[in-house]
Design a protein around this ligand. Sequence first.
Ligand code: CA
Length: 498
Amino acid sequence: MKRYVKWLSEYWFLISYLVIFFQPEWINAAEITKTRPNILYIMADDHAAHAISAYGSKINQTPNIDRLAKEGMRFDLCLVTNSICTPSRAAIITGKYAHKNGVPVFNSIDPKEPTTPQYLQKSGYYTGMIGKWHLGTDPVGCDFWEVLPGQGSYYDPLFITQKGLVKEKGYTTDIITDKAISFLKNRPKDKPFFLMCHHKAPHRTWQPKEVYRKKWEKIKVPEPETFNDDYSTRCEAAKEATMRIDRDLQPFDYKIKPPEGLTGQALKQWKYQRYMQDYLACIDSVDESIGNILKELDNEGIANNTIVVYTSDQGFFLGDHNWFDKRFMYEETLKMPFLVRWPAVIKPGSVNKQMVLNVDFAPTFLECAGVSIPNDIQGKSFMSMFKGEIPPNWRKSMYYRYYHYPFHHQVQPHYGVRTLRYKLIYFNKLNAWELYDLETDPHELKNVYADEKYKEIVKDLKVELTKLRKEVDDNDRFADKIPRDDVDAVLKRFKKKK
Ligand code: CA
């Protein structure tokens, strides 16, 4: 026995070298299982990138979310393929566009539709979903899940759990955080994990925690540059949309009575302040949550090989163009924040300017986990960007399509193409076009579709749009008819109101 020990100690270095160099299959598989990264995918609801200080916010500070940018990578051109809650969630989790995954509006996802947690669970991950789910049917492929019904509420929320309905007491952002931390503490330690921690905040009806409400009560929030957009060069869709700060915010949004005698521009400015104060106060709780979750990863000693993503299901208008809400293909709502930290791989403080899409998240997560990407996934993995590489022939244009009309805010259906410089939008029911030159007009205030100077550009963009529609195989499945369950549910609610 002693002889073997002596032999081993003398030749250990050589043996290790041979094992690493030749990587026999059994060693490789075991190593991969042991070293596969944990994935913590945190998502807020309606959190615009321009309300995150790491993205240069002029209106608030988010020190904990910023930590992910400082210690990881910030993506500056992450775009959503349909700027609305449920469809974006479905696109993210399936890696497919709405016409393929069957979720163009607020309809339920088919539980038979394969999703990221299912693939990861099958490959040996411990999977979890906590918070806002909003895909109708119960999560599939999750070892642990506790989700809010529909939009959920800000206070004393009800959760649908594997054991039935549970009513919690307290502030929802904090409760989701506590549940995520408890997941991290109690997970099986011999498996990598995939956790979706999805906040309800800062979705309307912006109800902040008292401490942050009070903080913002007296803060004057700067107005955006496009606050007084008069839509003069846009088509009728902008005028038809009912999400204007001055006209469409409701008393339940601003919660207190406007000062006596306030009218016109002054009243609009007052409403904007009330909207933003509560919206930003809700974000303070989300930021606090990220701080606590990152602390827990440090406590567990797993930060180094845990991928932490912070994103939002789409962007949001923060008084931009006199609007709240989302839906339009304009920049403020098309852009999603996407921050990712993975100390073992990503260089701290790096910035990525490549065009990535929400349909890319699923294949990216799968590649990070060493799972092969199924052929029917339409997005592309951008994992190599984490290492600072750009995949060959990476996309320079993207396809967008919005369907939800005539419901909630009356935003006309539209589709279009965004390239690195231009954006061409087609409002199909109006047969109207808009073109923006993002280099000369980054705020999209001047529709130049009819400008002679852009004639050739329009021609090229139409070719590109046709090409993209073909590539993603958009057969106009929902062009004339959006799924009935959504229509029925909305109509029922409308009837009740009357
Ligand atoms: Ca949303």
